[in-house]
Design a protein around this ligand. Structure first.
Ligand code: SAM
Length: 363
């Protein structure tokens, strides 16, 4: 099994250009509510905004980006912090109560601490960040002081050489140091994101479970999704969450942690029956959780996207830079949510990968 280092042309599932709305004063879509919370046609209320602050990354994980030749968005196309803050303020008014910053690698965006401060002042109940941890040791304390509440750190192997071969850059020690720095800064309990790939790191499930028990960090096993820029994903590489659970449960019995009825979080939570911590599994491929999805995405270039797998994007940057007001931004957010499909369709025979890959969209 190998990953093609050169990005291949991806099929376009839908026309991105034709679906973008560049002008302010976007008309409402038929039947779309003009007030109240961000509801879609299937009754899902959207309260969680993922904000990608950059498509750049200092790593080249095999399941995400090619090693070389990664095209990046021109800086002038990225939303400024003022623009991100404005969209976030409107989203807050529409009932969004949780924000997660992501990328690319969010910590490579200069001045991120300033953005965290701006978002914290809006008053979200939850303000979180997903990072590869490379730059975290120096930033954990300033981020926490600026109002960051929680952190997820990606780490796909606990073996030095393997870590290097999956991530292609960076060192395991640096990520472990980042986890400690986050805890010292009060950002614990740290969640550790592990993308499992068959034949790459699926023999480390028990090692990670043991790590979760020893450190009380919440390890979350994520199924590999068809969002890598190289187009190397295949269903053979997916390690089903069910298998992960069975393997851990056979050694350390697990109990499911019940979700609150209004909780749309992707991870299913399980605690060790002996009280030694918790793990999570994210079964986006084998057991999609679209019916409870409450997420909306703001990409670094200002595209609003209602699903990782949907190419239908609306440009809030165009609205803002063409003089649109807060009501225009609100209408755009409502339109995006209203257009959301009932599911991502990965397992449907006519599924087409999205044109933009994970690092561009923001995971
Ligand atoms: N750079 C940051 C990081 O490494 O956590 C944040 C962005 S990254 C895109 C967010 C999360 O998406 C990470 O946990 C990463 O492991 C995960 N991810 C990236 N590509 C993926 C894929 N093809 N399938 C499943 N998860 C993926």
């Amino acid at each position: 099994m190998s990953f093609d280092p050169v990005p291949v042309a991806l099929r376009r599932s839908r026309s991105v250009a034709s679906s973008r709305v560049g002008m302010p004063h976007t008309p409402p879509a038929a039947g779309m509510p003009e007030e109240g919370s961000l509801a879609d046609r299937y009754g899902r209320i959207h309260t969680d905004l993922r904000i990608s602050v950059t498509d750049r990354c200092n790593l080249r994980c095999v399941y995400c980006m090619p090693e070389e030749g990664v095209p990046t968005m021109p800086r002038s196309e990225l939303l400024t912090f003022e623009e991100i803050e404005r969209v976030a303020q409107v989203a807050y008014r529409l009932g969004v109560n949780a924000v997660r910053l992501t990328g690319g690698e969010p910590l490579v965006r200069k001045g991120l601490v300033d953005l965290v401060g701006r978002l914290a002042r809006i008053g979200f109940e939850d303000l979180a960040l997903t990072t590869n941890g490379m730059a975290l040791p120096a930033l954990a304390r300033p981020l926490a002081d600026a109002g960051l509440a929680r952190i997820n750190i990606s780490c796909d192997s606990l073996r030095h050489e393997r870590f290097a071969s999956i991530r292609r850059r960076g060192r395991l020690d640096g990520v472990l140091e980042a986890m400690s720095a986050a805890e010292e800064a009060g950002l614990g309990p740290v969640k550790v994101n592990v993308v499992l790939m068959a034949g790459w790191n699926d023999d480390e499930v028990l090692d990670f479970a043991e790590f979760a028990r020893a450190t009380r960090r919440v390890v979350r096993f994520i199924e590999f999704m068809p969002l890598d820029a190289q187009g190397s994903w295949s269903s053979d590489l997916v390690v089903p969450g069910e298998k992960v659970l069975a393997q851990i449960n056979a050694v350390w019995p697990l109990e499911e942690v019940e979700r609150a009825s209004d909780q749309g979080a992707p991870a299913e939570r399980f605690r060790f029956a002996d009280g030694a911590g918790e793990i999570g599994i994210i079964r986006s491929v084998t057991q999609p959780f679209c019916s409870t999805c409450d997420r909306l995405r703001l990409m670094a270039d200002g595209a609003i996207r209602n699903c990782l797998f949907s190419d239908d994007e609306l440009s809030v940057r165009d609205v803002l830079r063409n003089g649109g007001g807060d009501d225009d931004v609100a209408r755009l957010l409502r339109r995006s949510v209203w257009a959301k499909a009932p599911g991502h369709g990965i397992n449907e025979p006519d599924f087409l990968r999205p044109v933009r890959s994970m690092s561009m969209i923001g995971g």
